[in-house]
Ligand binder design. Structure first.
Ligand code: DC
Length: 223
C-alpha cells in the first residue's frame, strides 16, 4: 500500500475541502468515497429502487455497475456523474443504501485498490476504522450540527440548488442519525485518529493544523 491519510467525520464537517487541499499540498491523490456511495445510489434510483430493495436484488443489480474515481471526478459506467450526484435526493438515498452490507462490500476493494496505486488522502465515514485501518495518518473532523448545516446550505446554494437553512439542518441531523446508528461500519472515530473540532476554525486554520500534525505525528509521513 502507498501512503494513506484518512479523513472521517459527519456530513458537512469540511472533509472534502480539507482532503482536496491536503492532497494538493502533498502531491497525493484525493479519494472522495461519499461520491462512490452517491454514484451507486444514483444508479439504483435511476432504476427505480428505494429502501425496499432486497439483498438478493441489490447483489444482482450491482453486478451491472462499474464505479470509479479519477482526477476528482466520479464515473458511473464510464459516464461522468460528478454533478448529478450532488442533489438532496441522492444525498438521502446514498445514506439509505450505504447502510446495506451488500453495498459496502461492493465498494470495499475498489477503495483499497485505489490506494494501491496512489499516495492517497481518502475521505468518508469508515476510512480509518474499516477501509484503511493501517493508514499512516488518521483524522476525525467534526463541527456542531448548526455549523455543518450552514456550510451545507451555502454549498448547495452556490450550486444553484433550492434549499432552506431549516431543511439543511434537518438533513444533517437525519443523516447523522442514520450514519451513526447503522450496524455495518457506523460513523466512528478510530482510536488512533486525531480529533479536530472545526466549528470555530477557518479553512486555513484547519489546513495548517492538519499539515502540522502530518509533519510531526504521522509515522513515515513525518520528517
Ligand atoms: O460525504 P457524502 O455526503 O458525500 O456521503 C454520502 C453518504 O454516503 C453519507 O450519507 C454516508 C455514506 N458514506 C458512507 O457510508 N461511507 C463512506 N466512507 C462515505 C460515505
Amino acid at each position: 500500500m502507498k501512503r494513506v491519510i484518512t479523513i472521517d467525520g459527519p456530513s458537512g464537517a469540511g472533509k472534502s475541502t480539507m482532503a482536496k487541499e491536503i492532497a494538493r499540498r502533498l502531491g497525493f491523490e484525493y479519494l472522495d468515497t461519499g461520491a462512490l456511495y452517491r454514484a451507486v445510489a444514483l444508479y439504483l434510483r435511476d432504476r427505480g429502487y428505494d429502501e425496499g430493495i432486497t439483498d438478493n436484488k441489490l447483489r444482482e443489480e450491482l453486478k451491472g455497475v462499474s464505479v470509479s474515481f479519477k482526477g476528482g471526478k466520479v464515473f458511473l459506467l464510464d459516464r461522468d456523474v460528478s454533478d448529478k450526484i450532488r442533489t438532496p435526493e441522492i444525498g438521502h438515498y446514498s445514506s439509505v443504501f450505504s447502510a446495506r452490507p451488500v453495498v459496502r462490500e461492493f465498494l470495499l476493494d475498489l477503495q483499497r485498490d485505489f490506494a494501491k496505486n496512489h499516495d492517497t488522502v481518502a475521505e468518508g465515514r469508515d476510512m480509518g476504522t474499516v477501509v484503511f485501518p493501517e493508514a499512516d495518518c488518521k483524522f476525525f473532523l467534526d463541527a456542531s450540527p448548526e455549523e455543518r448545516a450552514r456550510r451545507r446550505f451555502l454549498q448547495l446554494k452556490a450550486m444553484g440548488k433550492e434549499i432552506t437553512e431549516e431543511e439543511a439542518l434537518r438533513d444533517v441531523l437525519e443523516r447523522d442519525r442514520r450514519d451513526l446508528s447503522r450496524d455495518v461500519a457506523p460513523l466512528k472515530k478510530a482510536d488512533d485518529a486525531i480529533y479536530v473540532d472545526t466549528t470555530e476554525l477557518s479553512l486555513e486554520e484547519t489546513v495548517d493544523f492538519l499539515l502540522k500534525q502530518i509533519s510531526n505525528n504521522c509515522g513515515r509521513l513525518s520528517r
